[in-house]
Design a protein around this ligand. Structure first.
Ligand SMILES: [Zn+2]
Length: 354
């Protein structure tokens, strides 16, 4: 995937933003669902703002010293904060992190932090008060911003309240509602656009995806996320998981939690959310949104589940999604979810036979 271009569905926003490049805002919050290219856009924008000789069409020149630094991943005036590394100077790892949730590194490395810590935010001070190399302009990118824990968010808020001159903060968030309102209110909010289905399908075809429609549906219509469903290994893991939870009475929550505890928890919860969404959707409308190829199983399961209980479970999954980034104990966290789910299927079996 190229990093040198923004995505076709972002052109309009790009034009709007670059023509007001110096709007005076010192913090931007790019928000939108995972897998639609927010981080790529943010990096592209940072490169443009740091470029010494941007073109008349609002593009980074690609040839100046600054662009060179940026492309080599070592720009002294660009600082990238992400959960995995404390100082990530625009390297590849940064890209991997955004795609983390969007894209499918389902096995998260052990001991890898899911949070952005206060130490990382405090470390920004050194960067912020250093003299910039070019006209003093510096850019700090934080992604995903909702990965900041409470202490880190507080430390950032202090910086936003007394914004250092010539520093632009770019926050990228998949779930902006998880950020403190005090931080959101200090940022210029930017809704990141999504392509429509036709546009997304065309783009996926260009990327060599074989079944773009199915991948797109499985990915909640987020195109970059859909790419990962084209990845054999990820698709296999997803399939195996769905097999397990669609096995009706044979679900063993304890075993399943044991098996999945090393996985990337936000991804597992999102799989569960989509699955239950489809069950409910089928109950209410006779249609599904995400699991087009599993209609038969969904029909069988949905017939024995009570809508109300299912809707209530979906609401608890929303809460689980918020906790998924840093549960105290991943195994117990999953057990609780799977037990509730199994009960949901089970209680109705009992009810029906009584
Ligand atoms: Zn340049």
């Amino acid at each position: 995937m190229t990093m040198n271009k923004i995505y076709s569905w972002q052109h309009k926003l790009w034009n709007k933003l670059t023509h007001h490049a110096d709007s005076g805002a010192n913090a931007l919050l790019l928000k939108g669902r995972a897998g639609i290219g927010k981080l790529d856009f943010a990096r592209h924008f940072a490169k443009f703002r740091l470029c010494e000789t941007p073109s008349s069409t609002s593009e980074a020149c690609g040839t100046c010293l600054s662009c060179g630094w940026f492309e080599k991943g070592g720009h002294p005036d660009f600082y990238h904060v992400s959960p995995e590394t404390s100082a990530n100077f625009s390297g590849e790892a940064a890209v991997a992190v955004d795609r983390d949730e969007s894209a499918g590194r389902i096995k998260s490395k052990k001991k890898t932090s899911q949070q952005i810590s206060i130490v990382q935010i405090r470390a920004l001070s050194d960067f912020v008060y250093m003299t910039g190399h070019q006209r003093g302009r510096r850019i700090i990118l934080i992604c995903p911003a909702e990965a900041m824990n409470a202490a880190a968010a507080n430390a950032l808020l202090k910086k936003l309240e007394e914004p250092p001159a010539h520093v632009l903060f770019i926050l990228v968030a998949h779930r902006p509602q998880q950020l403190p309102a005090t931080i959101r209110s200090r940022c210029q909010l930017i809704n990141m656009p999504m392509p429509d289905v036709v546009q997304a399908t065309r783009w996926l075809k260009q990327q060599g995806v074989n079944e773009p429609e199915a991948c797109l549906a499985a990915a909640s219509f987020a195109p970059l996320l859909a790419l990962t469903f084209n990845d054999q290994r990820y698709a296999a893991q997803h399939d195996a998981f769905i097999e397990q939870i669609s096995a009706s009475r044979k679900i063993n929550p304890i075993e399943l939690a044991e098996k999945m505890q090393q996985s990337d928890l936000p991804i597992v919860v999102s799989w569960m959310q989509k699955w239950c969404y489809d069950l409910l959707c089928f109950c209410l409308t006779g249609k599904v949104r995400y699991h087009l190829s599993r209609m038969t199983t969904i029909r069988v399961l949905a017939s024995s589940i009570e809508n109300k209980a299912l809707a209530a479970f979906l609401r608890t999954l929303l809460v689980s999604q918020q906790l998924a980034r840093h549960p105290l104990n991943p195994r117990l966290f999953l057990e609780e979810i799977f037990i509730k789910y199994a009960t949901l299927l089970d209680s109705n079996g009992v009810k029906r036979s009584s």
